[in-house]
Every structure is written in structure tokens, then in C-alpha cells.
Design a binder for this molecule. Sequence first.
Ligand code: NDP
Length: 343
Amino acid sequence: NKQVVLKNYVSGFPKESDFEVTTTTIKLKVPENSKNAVLLKTLYLSCDPYLRGRMRYSPVTDPDPDFGSYTLGSPMSGFAVAKVVDSGHPDFKKGDLVWGRRVGWEEYSLVTTPECLFKIRHTDVPLSYYTGILGMPGITAYFGFYEICSPKKGERVYVSAASGAVGQLVGQIAKLMGCYVVGSAGSKEKVELLKSKFGFDDAFNYKEEHDFDVALKRYFPEGIDIYFENVGGKMLDAVLLNMRFRGRIAACGMISQYNLHQPETIQNLTNIVYKRIRLEGFVVVDYFDQYSKFLDFILPCIREGKIVYVEDIAEGLESGPAALIGLFSGRNIGKQVVKVTDE
Ligand code: NDP
């Protein structure tokens, strides 16, 4: 059983040498003492920025199974798409396709909390989509936009990390709603993708801008109603200067800060007060119980071609570490997936 393990705790930017691919042997059977568990064959692993938080040392002895630090030398875990090989749980049987969390970065993974898995019932769409548009990032984009941003038709929406797993979907949902949408991303190719493939009204490469305030004023001369925050730091600071009265900021993530020893200071927070800005954080797990509502919305959009999705698929478990750390330099174009096997 091939596994990706964390070799040492990370400070600063993660490197491939922080990980190791090892092999163990396992029986392809749920052990007698693990009643209710399911044994999964991993098909697709999801590379997600929050996994960076799990690579840091934490003195807590009983870490949170979803967000706590990894145990060195043990397989990493996270979101994945998998097939049931053996089941001790009455709701799952051999051959079922599932997606969910707490799945190991390994070829076969024993999941002792099958309540964290969703059964995959629609297979007319690519299975890998359940790591992205039909999985955790999709739920994040949908509820983050509709519930946290309280959008109205015609409002001016800005999305950062806009070509990524979450951002590309936020932009398209906002367009469907009749908003004016501008996205930023870190390369010319991604900017092109935002405009030509995802239908953003406009887009810019933040790496070519010396002054984010000037850039935002170019695209939002009348200010921003909604900011879908994926990056934090200097971008958030510039956005605060450009928010409109009663604007809303959905604090989804702040990837620019995840590898810093010292987080950047935000200078322009007072704008929140006099502009009556609502800045609200959210975490996707709080919306998992509404998954079927989200599927009812998104599946027809995909089938009718109203929403498209771009994935970046790395081949083989061994490519996992490089694919994961690539998120922090923007190497991925679209949702970063690792294909372990497709059968
Ligand atoms: P992406 O697919 O967008 O990948 C990350 C992207 O972030 C990279 O491709 C890169 O794109 C960009 N990036 C990396 N470093 C920086 C930096 N220093 N400054 C600006 N941009 C950077 O990831 P996701 O769509 O999965 O995640 C997007 C955000 O949403 C993250 O902050 C993540 O933590 C958050 N998130 C939050 C959830 C929640 O429940 N609140 C759930 C899921 C995700 P580029 O080339 O454009 O720089």
C-alpha cells in the first residue's frame, strides 16, 4: 500500500523533501475490531490549501481529525474520491463510489468515520469533479457566495485567486446571477481563462500590478459591492479602500498568509466602520448538511453547459507532494487533483 507521509513539520514554504512516499502491506479487508469502518481504494486525491495548516507542528496530543496537525510518518489525509473495497458499515457496500474527508493519501485507506463520506450517485459527470465543483470547493463557492455575500443582481463582484478550484465557480455563479464580475490571478494564461472560458467581465494579473489600489480603481471606478476573499494580505488591504458603502466581504481563505512566519498587518480596517462593511468568515463543513440542495443547483448547470470547470490533474500518488505544494506558487491551473487510479 503506497502512502504519502509527512517527514517533518513545515515552517515557511513546503518543499517536496518534506514528504516521502513509502510502502506498507495491508489486508484488503475491514479488520474485525473496526466495526462500521470502510476500506477504500483511492481514485482521486484533492489538493487543498488548508492542508498547509496540517503540516505545522502543534503540541496538541489529540488533534482534530480534519484540521489538526498530521502525525509524522503516518499517511496524510484529506478529501478524496474513492471506491469501497470492503465495508463493515450497513450503508456502504463493495463497489460504492464515495467522496469525502479523512481519506488517507494512500492507495487503500481504512476510514473509521464513514459518516464523513457522501455516496456518489451521479456518474454522468467526471468522477474527479467530486474533488472540486461537485465536492468541497463547490459547496464553498455556492454557500460562500449566496449566504455570506448576500448578492443582488447588478452588483460589482471581485474574486481573488479567481481561476482556482473555488474562485472559478464563484465568478460563474455571480455571472449567472447578473453581477459584474472581475477576477485576479497570477498569470497571463489564467487571466485569459477567466475572460474567455469562465465569462468574467474582466480580469487582471496581480503579479504585474505594483499598486493593487490603483488596479482595483481601474476595474471598479465606482467601488466593489462584494469581495470574495481567497488571498488576504496586501490585496485585502487594497480592497478595503475600494469597498462601497454596505459592501460585503466573504472571508473564505487567505492563502498569501499560510506560509509566512509573520502574518502581514492590515492597515485599512477602519474602512469597515464608516463604510458599514460586513466582513464574515465561514467554513464549508457547516454547509455539508445542505449538500443535496447544492447538487440540485449545480448538476443541471453542468449538464446544460451553463457552468464549466477546469481541472489540473497530476498522475500518480507520487506526484502528490509536488501537486500540493504547487498551490502555493500558483502552478495549478484550475482545481488541482491527483489521480491515483481511475479504476
Ligand atoms: P486554488 O485552486 O485557488 O489554488 C490556490 C491558488 O492560490 C493558486 O493557484 C494561486 O493562484 C493562488 N495563490 C497562491 N499563493 C498566492 C499568494 N501569495 N497571493 C495570491 N494568490 C496566491 O485553491 P482553492 O480554490 O481550493 O482555495 C482558494 C482559497 O479558498 C484558499 O484561501 C483556501 O484556503 C480557501 N478555502 C476555504 C474554504 C472554507 O471553508 N472557508 C474551503 C476551501 C477553500 P494564482 O496563480 O492566481 O496566484
